[in-house]
Design a protein around this ligand. Structure first.
Ligand SMILES: *[C@@H]1O[C@H](CO)[C@@H](O)[C@H](O)[C@H]1NC(C)=O
Length: 239
């Protein structure tokens, strides 16, 4: 696989409102074979262009007041993709190929969306961040067998210029099952993997430990206040 083909050329616009209450982002990027157009708000993906389905996708859940961008947004994204790919060619010639800049993912995290209940549908999340260039590939196994049906969002830009992506897999927790997400990136010779094991402890209630801990802490605190008050009064009497 040629490195050049994967090199993702990215330009992005970051607009922060004057009082920095909200942060709005538009990402425009491409490689020779791929591209991205995404609009985000406060770290959430509002919409992105799906160049296979040939339409804008609005991934937010339905409890958000539904909205759409004006007609022609997808067509504009396609035009931007062509411009980006043209720029990529020009810049590559002009700069006699880009200096290689690769950062492997700085973190891969695996966790469940909801608290684990055996036999209750849940979602496994594999969150990858800190990589450059985008994208990463994420694949899943269950008990060492490949599983399909996972989804991944388009790359989102971090403040430091690196990217993050999140892959999701629907699953039903069964005691002892072992899930693994494997992350591929241009900078890695072999995939980074994280393991999630469905354990009995996931379900057990925390017992009396926390209440005892809280009780002892509270008692010590109250004793402290009482002793402090005692010496305060004593001190005042003496003077
Ligand atoms: C991701 O997978 C695609 C399809 O298998 C492959 O062409 C591409 O090189 C992979 N990308 C990375 C970063 O490994």
């Amino acid at each position: 696989m040629k490195m050049k083909e994967l090199l993702l050329f990215l330009s992005c616009v970051l607009c922060v409102s004057a009082d920095a209450l909200h942060s709005d982002i538009a990402i425009n990027g491409c490689s020779d074979s791929d591209g991205e157009k995404m609009f985000g708000l406060d770290g959430e993906e509002l919409a992105y262009a799906d160049f296979n389905k040939q339409e804008m996708i609005y991934p937010l859940p339905p409890f958000i007041d539904p909205f759409t961008y004006q007609e022609g947004t997808y067509e504009a994204a396609v035009a931007n993709l062509q411009i980006c790919q043209q720029n990529l060619k020009t810049v590559r010639v002009g700069m006699k190929d880009f200096p290689p800049k690769h950062n492997a993912p700085s973190a891969v995290m695996i966790y469940t969306r909801d608290e684990v209940e055996f036999g209750e549908k849940n979602t496994l999340i594999c969150h990858v961040t800190g990589f450059y260039p985008a994208p990463v590939n994420v694949s899943w196994t269950k008990n060492q067998q490949k599983v399909t049906g996972s989804s991944i969002n388009v790359p989102y830009l971090n403040k430091d210029g690196s990217f993050r992506q999140t892959s999701r897999l629907q699953f039903t927790p069964q005691l002892g099952d072992i899930y693994r997400c494997a992350v591929e990136h241009l900078s890695l010779t072999e995939p980074l993997t994280k393991i999630y094991e469905v354990e009995a402890s996931a379900h057990s209630d925390p017992g009396v430990g926390p209440s005892v801990f809280c009780g002892v802490g509270l008692t010590l605190g109250l004793v402290g206040v009482a002793v402090g008050t005692f010496f305060l009064i004593k001190g005042n009497e003496c003077s």
